[in-house]
Design a protein around this ligand. Structure first.
Ligand SMILES: *[C@@H]1O[C@H](CO)[C@@H](O)[C@H](O)[C@H]1NC(C)=O
Ligand SMILES: *[C@@H]1O[C@H](CO)[C@@H](O)[C@H](O)[C@H]1NC(C)=O
Ligand SMILES: CC(=O)N[C@H]1CO[C@H](CO)[C@@H](O)[C@@H]1O
Length: 463
């Protein structure tokens, strides 16, 4: 889902209801076929960064000493403002009058945006200390919620790759789309990072068509069925596991793999068929951070670590006095996949302020452990989970059973759409009943005034 739109919708809903020390190793460039021998044990990632806004979070990212930083899209905001929509209907009058729909940004503006992003002192410092790789989402692709139909994609691909310092002779500059893969570390401690392009070939939302397109699917199959690695991180701009749309419909709609059920099943099946161990997802887009887990796709749990955003966040778009209300709404929104524990900053285990994600790998522990975290602008963990690498092995149903029993989270197998409707739609139910109560209260008020006035005028007549 597009950012401004989300912001406006959140704001809208809010207003309406409201009225009522690991070694630091610098990793150098790598492409698909080149292997880096240095062990990688610290990775950071982030998304949704407004190049024109202050970006204090970079200090925390730099202090984390990531060896690799991964951009997951909306690395800049290069598109025009979208029209204001309320409940799916475009408003054309009064304060809600729309600006022209889907006007793509110009090449100059996009370029200026990337230059601004690059010159941010915090980001420049990160670039000196870490290898920076990335993919895009809609706002740096150039058009909100856009897919394959967007005609500026060829120009903007070049601009994104310039921003990422992709070598001029890189094959990535010649292909259709910005997908890429990297392998770091010595055999046995190697990490493959697969970055998907969820824009260039994507069919319209609602078509249940393709997200990746044929060429990218073939490439992905080769990547996943190729030589095994200890870990495989799949970066997708949009969320893979959480299907937020299912529980916030019809108030909001979000882009996610869940909106393309066939494509999502194909992805899970490909990972299962590849027999790869240690696969998990990282994602951005949604303007909050959370960790989700799905236990029924493979024979081991599939995690999706979402961090969003560097500057853009659901809480920062509302005035401070409404932030606890946003947290309440987050808590109320049902989720069957979110990993929850008592250490989260907030009860919902959603974090709606600027954040970044980190992956720490302790290769020397037995078994190897992974720490997945979402951190705030001071680097304090707001939600996190420790995972043993032995839990992420295929054909290990015993382990899966044990994990499930330990977490006792049979819910990590239930799709959001199979929740009882009263649970699934509780946010909408609350919203519409509040509206209804307010409407009735308004009618009662009007009626009372009317009666009082009549009484008054009657009295006067009598007098
Ligand atoms: C980015 O930040 C600038 C300056 O604060 C602001 O004017 C602009 O609206 C922001 N853009 C988005 C997409 O949030
Ligand atoms: C996700 O939610 C949407 C909207 O409710 C639904 O159409 C879709 O089938 C869901 N996807 C999955 C994988 O459950
Ligand atoms: C696997 C497991 O132990 N599942 C249990 C989790 O807790 C519910 C009740 O809260 C039990 O019904 C399940 O058997």
């Amino acid at each position: 889902m597009g950012i401004d739109q989300l912001r406006w919708r959140w704001w809208n809903a809010v207003v309406l209801i409201g009225m009522v020390g690991v070694t630091v190793v610098t990793v150098t460039g790598s492409d698909s076929h080149e292997k880096q021998e240095q062990v990688v044990s610290r990775i950071a990632f982030g998304s949704c960064s407004n190049q024109s806004a202050p970006q204090p979070i970079w200090d925390a990212v730099v202090d984390f000493h990531p060896q690799i930083f991964i951009w997951l899209g909306d690395n800049i905001y290069g598109d025009f403002k979208r029209p204001f929509k309320i409940f799916g209907q475009e408003r054309t009058v009064g304060p809600w009058k729309n600006v022209p729909r889907f006007v793509p940004s110009s090449e100059q503006e996009m370029k200026a945006g990337y230059e601004k992003a690059k010159s941010n002192p915090g980001y420049a410092r990160l670039q000196q200390n870490a290898k920076v790789i990335g993919t895009w989402d809609d706002h740096d692709y150039g058009l909100n919620d856009a897919g394959k139909e967007f005609h500026g994609k060829i120009t903007n691909q070049k601009l994104l790759l310039d921003f990422l310092d992709e070598p001029q002779d890189s094959p990535r500059r010649k292909q259709a789309g910005v997908y890429a893969s990297y392998t770091y570390g010595p055999v046995g401690r190697d990490i493959k990072i697969v970055l998907l392009d969820t824009r260039y070939h994507r069919d319209p939302v609602g078509s249940d068509g393709t997200i990746l397109g044929n060429s990218q699917w073939l490439w992905l199959e080769t990547e996943l069925k190729g030589p095994p690695t200890a870990l495989t991180i799949i970066g997708s701009s949009i969320q893979v596991i959480s299907n937020l749309s299912a529980t916030i419909h019809p108030l909001f709609a979000m882009e996610s793999w869940g909106r393309f059920p066939k494509e999502r099943d194909r992805l899970f099946k490909l990972i299962a068929d590849s027999k790869r161990a240690g696969v998990f997802f990282i994602s951005g887009d949604v303007h909050f951070g959370e960790i989700t887990r799905y236990d029924c796709a493979l024979d081991y749990p599939l995690y999706d670590l979402t961090s969003s955003g560097v500057t853009q966040s659901v809480e920062e778009v509302v005035p401070p006095f409404l932030r606890s209300f946003v947290r309440f709404v987050a808590w109320l929104t049902p989720s069957t996949m979110r990993v929850k524990d008592e250490n989260c900053r907030y009860k919902s285990c959603i974090y709606g302020q600027p954040n970044f994600g980190t992956i720490e790998i302790d290769w020397d522990s037995h078994p190897v452990t992974l720490k997945f975290k979402v951190r705030d602008k001071d680097s304090v963990t707001v939600t996190g989970v420790d995972v043993s690498l032995t839990e992420l092995q295929p054909s290990n149903s015993e382990i899966l059973d044990r994990v499930k029993a330990e977490h006792n989270n049979s819910k990590h197998c239930t799709l959001e759409v199979s929740l009882p409707w009263i649970v699934r739609y509780r946010l909408a139910i609350l919203f519409f009943s509040t509206l209804f109560v307010m409407f009735v209260a308004f009618l009662v008020l009007v009626y009372t005034c009317f009666r009082l006035c009549r009484l008054e005028s009657c009295k006067r007549k009598h007098d």
